[in-house]
Design a binder for this molecule. Structure first.
Ligand SMILES: Nc1ncnc2c1ncn2[C@@H]1O[C@H](COP(=O)(O)OP(=O)(O)OP(=O)(O)O)[C@@H](O)[C@H]1O
Ligand SMILES: [Mg+2]
Length: 299
């Protein structure tokens, strides 16, 4: 099999359990992400999603296993990987614009001040921030505006990989809906590779090419990779009309409500890896009555 752009190989994370022993968050997790793909990961609280993301960002080291991007092993943080956290993490003493230019100037050291500023303003405009708002400091912006700045900052740096850890978790449903569509627009325009954690099933279906499903921890694993067989461009109000929408949604709800617990805590087979099973649900392809709608594709 050809190597993926991002390749996660036999990743294991253990932590001290407080009683002199260790507990295993996940073991031998292996999966790949292709260039330009938008992948979401869903799983219950504590299964290890943020731990995986922090390892991909280079902010923490796994107990064992490797992550390779473009064939090279990741070690430490890099401008090639941009991260957006739930809590905005903007620099409070800088304006929205300066929060963006700061990273862009570091990423493109040969650019003039004007180039850096024009590029940053263009990305702030893409996420709907006006000329007036971009000169305000984070404390003078609403939560939604702050998160727009975080997204603009991450995309403006043009990293090879964007890592988003529940970026819309703190936002109200209306703002969330608007920003999700802005995120899709920016992603379409840049073709960056995105790996995003979310707790919101509908958000994941709207945004992702594939959704990775994790079982409950400890000893969690990435059990399935569900293809989102809904054509793009996607608009929230229209995707519900896709014949695949409810079939995919039901599959995800069933997994999170039931199977994530049933499959929990199963250790890997001796020496085996935990590569997720690919699930493709497509009701639009022509079928006869005895053909299953749901296919598990061996990879
Ligand atoms: N530095 C650490 N030391 C010890 N245990 C940790 C550490 N970081 C995380 N854990 C534990 O690892 C497990 C996974 O944590 P993680 O933050 O990755 O979960 P998560 O899937 O992101 O959860 P949530 O959806 O609530 O954000 C949890 O049991 C957590 O308590
Ligand atoms: Mg988390």
């Amino acid at each position: 099999m050809a190597k993926s752009f991002l390749s996660i190989e036999r990743l294991t994370q253990k932590y001290p359990d407080g009683n002199g022993g260790q507990f295993t968050v996940f073991e031998n997790a292996s999966f790949g992400i292709e260039k330009g793909e938008f992948v979401c990961i869903l799983g219950h609280s504590g299964c290890g999603k943020s731990t995986i993301m922090n390892i991909l960002a280079g902010l923490s080291e796994p107990t064992s296993g490797v992550v390779k991007m473009d064939g090279f092993q990741i070690s430490g943080p890099s401008l090639d990987r941009g991260v957006v956290f739930q809590n905005y993490s903007l620099l409070p003493w800088l304006s929205a614009l300066k929060n963006v230019t700061f990273g862009v100037a570091a990423r493109f050291p040969d650019w003039t001040k004007q180039q850096v500023e024009d590029h940053s303003i263009a990305f702030l405009a893409k996420v709907g921030l006006s000329e007036d708002a971009i000169h305000r400091k984070p404390s003078q912006l609403s939560g939604g505006m702050r998160q727009r700045v975080s997204i603009a900052r991450a995309f403006a740096n043009e990293p090879k990989l964007l890592l988003l850890d529940e970026p819309f978790g703190a936002l109200d449903a209306l703002t969330r809906g608007t920003i999700q569509e802005e995120l899709l627009k920016v992603w379409r325009g840049t073709n960056q590779t995105v790996f995003m954690i979310t707790h919101d099933i509908d958000e994941a279906i709207l945004l992702a090419d594939r959704i990775l499903l994790m079982t409950n921890g400890p000893l969690a694993r990435v059990a399935e990779s569900v293809e989102i067989t809904i054509p793009r461009p996607r608009v929230r109000t229209e995707i519900v009309e896709s014949p695949n929408y409810y079939a995919i949604r039901n599959h995800l709800v069933q997994f999170l409500g039931k199977r994530s617990a049933e499959l929990a805590g199963q250790p890997s087979e001796a020496g085996g890896t935990h590569t997720p099973q690919t699930i493709r649900i497509d009701k639009t392809s022509v079928q006869t009555s005895d053909q299953p709608i749901l296919q598990a594709v061996k990879t």
